[in-house]
Design a protein. Sequence first.
Length: 220
Amino acid sequence: MKFIKGFLSSLATKQGIIAIIVMLVIAVLFVIISKRKKGKGLSTRDVVAIGIGAALYGALSVISLPIGPNTSFRIAFALLVVFGAIFGPVVGFLVGFIGHALNDALMYGSVWWSWVFLSAASGMFGGFVKWDSNFDILAGKISTRHYWQLYLYAIFGIIAGSVLAYAGDVYLYGEPAGKVWLQICLAGVSNFVVLAVVGIPVVIALAKLRSKNNNLEVDG
């Protein structure tokens, strides 16, 4: 298929090789950190979640609204904080990285690797709240403190991803700095709106729903 050929061709470029190396280093590093903090690395459930999340993110990213030069408003961005908060930073990171790469290959026939890290960073930072022992969506454990953490991590993730995307565009792809700066600003604002209005409220709602169901089971 054309998009597979485009994806593989993108992997063979200088930018693709650097992106894969950086991705592997970050993923391995956070698997090690997660294992030390939580006592386990990637589980089978996490691997399945990465596959499902990346496929959903890649597919739903087709639904977009242009807001600037090569920049779009994508509601699918909300999935990153949802998968990150449920499964942790490694899953969030890889869902964003793989899903964004797949969508680029599918829609454009090649992968623009610097912007892949914008999605990956947002998924990763969205998962940092999972390291809080008092937070667990599936167990219905969430408090007001976690609301603030989710929003702060969303901001930090967008900033970190924007820095990586800007550096990659300007120094690896040779894009004009002014154009990239405009794209970064537009994408940063639109992505935060999606996370703040859709993604994080969904995370909070899921946790409250699980808490309510768990209470009903106990009462029963």
